[in-house]
Design a protein around this ligand. Structure first.
Ligand code: UD1
Length: 415
């Protein structure tokens, strides 16, 4: 199993190109199932997770071809089963449920297994499909769904905000008969990116980016070419890398309006952030102030940046209260950060972090994607050599991490 040796204490300086967004690319690849034409996606990041989604589509019988950052999806599905073996590797596999049902009237998708960051049920996805008239049964660990006469548009009121359920419902509604309204929909930039692509394919969607999305069903969808938005979580991670190492990084292609909540908090901590012609420049100006955060759906502070921000607060001048409201049990990085000397106390969904002038190098273990990168950040800020094990989690969401950070002065290598 690979691990990363990190020789920290070097302020990172330079420019990094932000890749296409993993969380935008995954539903976009799934949307390839609903077109009668060819969907061409550009700026698709080369990650373990996007690779898993490509494998899943091929498993359904689709033609999927990748050349560099371009993915061409065509053909039609002949197999409507998403087996456990593929789904357990990546929960986002559930995103094929809506497209398969809408386009082919049937889908059999394994229930995703337990997940490190909470129970993460898929009830909202299932309820949306039922609202559209699908008959859904749960048997043998599978969601078996049928809609022999096609789906019918409906008003779906989500009891809580779910990114994935909004995406599944939005894709399904594009081919349902009549009008659908998704109420309490997620407003993440990845939802808008998906809507824009579906519109380019001929879908009729309005209100994306707000909490009510309206979709008028059409008979069929055609091909399109679409550029995946830049990854705001990758960009936010690099912004924190600049801050935590006392360095200065320019994030090329990053979109500031996707990161308002992070940048507002970082500015409160004394970090300088400005937009330049080249991208967004993030620079540390002496010490790191402390700030409290609460994670929330967009436009709130992203749960996917909570672990990285906590690493920063471990080195802040003062105390910080970090409240996680999106996922239960998303503090798995805490014991690992504490192995490096961090002072953190957890009570339910709240972590109290008392900043220290420095941490100490230690061997630590990654537990999930964002937790693992928070350990990398802490190690980069710490003099001496730390080793982060189980870094396969990192490869699910960060492409070329060592190369990107290495060109800015980070000393890290895989062993
Ligand atoms: C997506 C992101 C993930 C991010 C999360 C929240 C992708 C591929 N992943 O995950 O990186 O951390 O949004 O921003 O885009 N829930 C239910 N029932 C459901 C669905 C969700 O109770 O049917 C709950 C979840 O357990 C969680 C909350 O809703 O507590 C939000 O989850 P959701 O927005 O659905 O996350 P994902 O789409 O899985």
């Amino acid at each position: 199993m690979d691990s990363l040796k990190i020789d920290g204490g070097v302020p990172l300086k330079g420019a990094i190109s932000v890749s296409g967004a993993k969380n935008a690319a995954l539903p976009l690849i799934a949307a390839g199932l609903v077109t009668d034409g060819t969907l061409q996606l550009r700026n698709v990041p080369d990650l373990v997770d996007t690779g898993s989604m490509e494998v899943l589509l091929r498993n359904h019988g689709m033609d999927v071809e990748r050349t560099d950052d371009r993915l061409v999806i065509g053909g039609s599905a002949t197999n409507f089963d998403a087996p456990y073996d593929l789904v357990r590797k990546m929960r986002a596999s559930i995103l094929v449920l809506g497209p398969l049902l809408a386009r082919y009237g049937q889908a059999r998708v394994s229930l995703p297994g337990g997940c490190a960051i909470g129970t993460r049920p898929v009830d909202l996805h299932i309820r949306a499909m039922q609202a559209f008239g699908a008959i859904v049964e749960l048997a043998d660990g599978y969601i078996q769904a049928r809609a022999p006469g096609g789906l019918t548009g409906a008003r779906v009121v989500f009891p809580m905000v779910s990114v994935g359920a909004t995406e599944n419902a939005m894709i399904a509604a594009t081919l349902a008969k009549g009008t659908s309204e998704l109420v309490n929909a997620a407003r993440e930039p990845e939802i808008s990116d998906l809507a824009e692509c579906l519109i380019a394919m001929g879908a009729r969607i309005t209100g994306h980016g707000t909490d009510t999305v309206t979709i008028e069903g059409v008979d069929s969808l055609g091909g399109a070419t679409h550029d995946v938005i830049p990854d705001r979580i990758e960009a936010g991670t690099f912004a924190i890398a600049a801050a935590i190492t006392g360095g200065e990084l320019t994030l090329k292609n990053a979109r500031a309006r996707h990161l308002d909540s992070l940048f507002e908090v970082l500015r409160r901590c004394g970090i300088i952030i400005d937009e330049t012609d080249d991208g967004i420049r993030v620079a540390a100006d002496g010490g790191i102030g402390s700030a409290d955060i609460t994670t929330d759906p967009f436009p709130g502070f992203p749960t996917d940046l909570q672990a990285q921000f906590m690493a920063l607060m471990c080195l802040a001048d003062g105390s910080s209260r970090i409240s996680e409201t999106v996922f239960e049990n998303r503090f798995m990085h805490v014991p690992e950060l504490m192995r490096m000397g961090a002072d953190i106390q957890v009570d339910g969904g709240i972590a109290m972090v008392r900043g220290k002038p420095s941490l100490t190098p230690a061997p630590v273990m990654a537990t999930d994607l964002r937790a693992s990168v928070s350990l990398v950040l802490a190690a980069l800020a710490t003099e001496g050599t730390s080793e982060v094990s189980r870094i396969y989690h990192l490869d699910r969401g960060y492409s070329d991490l060592e190369a990107k950070l290495g060109q800015c002065g980070a000393r890290m290598y895989r062993v």
